[in-house]
Design a protein around this ligand. Structure first.
Ligand SMILES: Nc1ncnc2c1ncn2[C@@H]1O[C@H](COP(=O)(O)OP(=O)(O)OP(=O)(O)O)[C@@H](O)[C@H]1O
Ligand SMILES: [Mg+2]
Length: 125
């Protein structure tokens, strides 16, 4: 599963991942992978990978850092700043677009695959 998190600096992308992890029962610290680019979370029955590609520059690093291998059927990959590695990333199942309002945020959710559509359907029910 690949989920793009799109929106300006400070839009709330990391905050959403933190909330998701805590909702899944993760009790540890959730720090922004600003410098490491990836933070892995292996939870019971679920492997989550949190990417922040804001500082990603070098396409050669993609392979060398093993990022390509993270996008497999076992991982849920949440990706901040996907546009920084647009030509390297697999297409998103789900895309979440954050909009900053004076008083909070709104999110637009787009499903691009059958799996993504299933998620949106589940959210509606
Ligand atoms: N839904 C929200 N309503 C109000 N404030 C929020 C909301 N979500 C996040 N914030 C606040 O906005 C700030 C930045 O949030 P966060 O770090 O999650 O942004 P980000 O989108 O990950 O930014 P970056 O692109 O720099 O990684 C934090 O102080 C957080 O508390
Ligand atoms: Mg962030």
């Amino acid at each position: 599963m690949v989920i793009y998190l799109s929106g300006d600096l400070g839009a709330g992308k990391t905050t959403l991942v933190r909330g998701l992890l805590h909702a899944l029962g993760y009790g540890g610290r959730v720090k922004s992978p600003t410098y490491t680019l990836i933070e892995p979370y292996d939870l019971p029955g679920l492997n989550l990978r949190h990417f922040d590609l804001y500082r990603f520059r070098d396409a050669e690093e993609w392979e060398a850092a093993g990022f390509r291998d993270e996008f497999d059927e076992n991982n849920i990959c949440l990706v901040e700043w996907p546009e920084q590695a647009a030509e390297l990333l697999p297409l998103a199942d789900l895309e979440i677009v954050f909009n900053i309002l004076p008083d909070g945020r709104t999110l637009d959710l787009y499903a691009h695959t059958a799996a993504g559509k299933q998620c949106l359907t589940a959210l509606h029910n």
